[in-house]
Design a protein. Structure first.
Length: 248
């Protein structure tokens, strides 16, 4: 974990209230799918950095997909090409990529953000199930399609599979597919459903939790959660936890 000064390459809205911030750096360490960064906010009255999942990365490049919510993220939308920004990364742990050969990846809404890099690291072996409320809210469809077998799911059936991503995976499993593990990031109800599915079918699950964060390094205890019966920090001990540890 280290501070880096990056230069903005592009910062654009790719869907309603969804912005892709692309930055260049002199040199970055390896970043695992599921790890995150703390970004400085270009606004004097925003003291705390904003935690954002690392969407894409290589040795000199990192991209962050973020949702416009409050004054901090609104300030991020004002960044223009050539602007410089301080970024602390990589933070937290990532998904156990390399431990399993065939992985099912499930994302919901902005929970897909850390899953692109995760899928890319799986070398094309992943089956990806990304869920959104409607077609207009689909994020990075073409990009995900290039790193694994993608099934887009929408609640209203306006694109892809009509229904939740867990239902799409259940359908494929009924046809004979069985993943070695399931990686998930998304709303809490989705991750609880993935945990239950894994337990019912004896498939290991790994869940990337979301929480309000102050420091991102485990000092402030703002993001404390219950895991394996103990208080743990989402930023330092997570954000990826085994499904056996959480939602007990």
């Amino acid at each position: 974990m280290k501070d880096y000064i990056g230069e903005v390459i592009n910062n654009r809205e790719i869907a309603k209230d969804a912005y892709l911030l692309e930055m260049s750096f002199d040199k970055l360490p390896p970043i695992k799918g599921g790890q995150f960064a703390m970004l400085e906010v270009p606004r004097d009255d925003c003291i705390l950095c904003r935690p954002l999942g690392v969407c894409m990365a290589d040795e000199t490049y990192a991209a962050f997909l973020y949702q416009l919510k409050g004054k901090g993220t609104h300030a991020l939308t004002t960044l223009e090409k050539g602007d410089e920004l301080r970024v602390v990364m990589p933070l937290g742990n990532g998904f156990p990529i390399g431990k399993y050969e065939n992985v099912a990846i499930i994302g919901g809404g902005f929970g897909v953000v850390p899953l692109y890099l995760t899928a890319a690291e799986c070398g094309g072996n992943a089956r990806i199930y990304n869920g959104f409320a409607t077609k207009k809210q689909i994020l990075l469809g073409k990009e995900f399609d290039g790193v694994g077998k993608l099934t887009v799911c929408t609640d209203d059936g306006s694109a892809g599979f009509c229904g939740f991503p867990t239902a799409a995976l259940e359908k494929d499993m009924a046809d004979g597919y069985k993943p070695d593990a399931i990686f998930c990031c998304g709303p809490e109800p989705l991750m609880k459903a993935v945990k239950r599915m894994g337990e019912a079918k004896n498939i290991p699950t790994y869940l990337s939790l979301e929480a309000r964060m102050g420091c991102g390094v485990g000092a402030c205890l703002t993001c404390t959660c219950k895991a394996d019966g103990h208080n743990k920090r989402v930023c330092k001990d997570g954000p990826v936890f085994s499904g056996k540890e959480v939602y007990q």
